[in-house]
Design a protein around this ligand. Structure first.
Ligand code: PHE
Length: 340
């Protein structure tokens, strides 16, 4: 038996296993149920104990050599694999992964928010389904006030006191109710008005409204803030003008125009031949509104402003049909990839 073992050791040491076929043959010959190793162990079992003690270590050594040999191919295989991976050409173009982009309205919204954040405004949010008080009454538009007609409203039929907010001024009421001045907030969000859908109007759109309340705030602070905003958005050279206007919740009120120019036929069309474009509404908060939210108008004053995000996006990207924003046509949306 000792001779047999030594012979096997010699044989195994002289074999190289370099293919799966060779490994299979090797395994079958030495390690299978009826393989040589098992045969030797069967013979070993019936030996006398003195012989067992003598041959045991030798047999174990053989077992170790056989097991190690049977693993060489696995190691080789891994080796080959790592050699192969070195051959991968990393300069090849990768597979195409389509990347989405932000909706143009989101891009414009973010741009506007970041301009106001730079001067200390924070975002304030509120519900789209609102009650009459927050949307109208608290804003100096009591029931039957004719100014309510400025914003044709969707009422909730089961509860006529509830409606889809017509502006995000309702958020300002909520915020003022809860917070002591100084206040500096902007409220972006979707608003609803009962309008026929056309290239220039929709039954919902998006607004950003702002509110600034502190001691001694005057119209010149409002003018400075709006001018800063419009310069940041449209460039240093933008020409602006403030036109007297009316909103029930501000006094005095103004509308702000920018000079768009009259260089092309479409400029004539969108500015109605004047070169000026209305951009936003604003004004000093009416003392009645402050009283409605328990802020003393003798101590505090402030201004508010509001603008439509769609309108700004249409100007920035020269889009002349509002409906494009809501149709989710991928050919339209793709054009805004990579812009910010
Ligand atoms: N809430 C007004 C609107 O939706 C906009 C506005 C806000 C005007 C604040 C003046 C001051 O039309």
């Amino acid at each position: 038996m000792q001779e047999k073992i030594n012979k096997y050791i010699h044989d195994i040491n002289s074999i190289t296993i370099s293919s799966i076929e060779e490994a299979t043959i090797f395994h079958k010959k030495y390690l299978s149920k009826k393989g040589l190793l098992n045969q030797l162990f069967n013979e070993f079992k019936v030996l006398e104990s003195a012989k067992k003690r003598e041959l045991g270590p030798l047999l174990n050594n053989l077992k170790k050599i056989i097991t190690e040999k049977s693993q060489t191919l696995k190691i080789d295989k891994n080796d080959n694999l790592s050699k192969q991976s070195k051959k991968i050409d990393i300069t090849l173009p990768s597979s195409y992964e389509p990347v989405g982009s932000l909706h143009p309205l989101s891009q414009v919204k973010r741009k506007i928010i970041s301009i106001f954040e730079k001067v200390g405004f924070i975002i304030s949010d509120g519900p789209e389904i609102e009650d009459d008080w927050h949307n109208f009454s608290a804003l100096n538009m009591p029931k039957n006030h004719p100014a309510r007609d400025m914003q044709d409203t969707f009422f909730i039929s089961v509860n006529p006191d509830m409606l889809l907010r017509t502006h995000t001024s309702s958020v300002q009421i909520r915020y003022m109710n809860q917070t002591e001045p100084p206040i500096r907030i902007i409220s972006p969000g979707r608003v609803y008005r009962k309008e026929d859908i056309s290239a220039r109007a929709n039954c919902f759109f998006h607004q950003i409204e702002g509110l600034y309340i502190d001691h001694d705030i005057s119209f010149s602070d409002l003018k400075k803030m709006i001018t800063y905003f419009l310069k940041s958005l449209f460039g240093e050279d933008v020409k602006t003008r403030f036109r007297p206007s009316f909103f029930p919740f501000t006094e005095p009120s103004a509308e702000v125009d920018i000079y768009w120019g009259l260089n092309s036929e479409s400029d004539y069309r969108i500015t109605k031949g004047t070169g000026w474009l209305e951009i936003m509404g604003c004004g000093m908060i009416d003392p009645n509104v402050l009283e409605n939210v328990n802020i003393n108008p003798k101590i505090y004053s402030g201004f508010a402003f509001g603008l439509g995000i769609e309108r700004i996006a249409m100007l920035l990207y020269q889009i002349d049909d509002l409906r494009l924003f809501f149709e989710n046509d991928i050919r339209f949306l793709k054009q805004f990839q990579g812009l910010s």
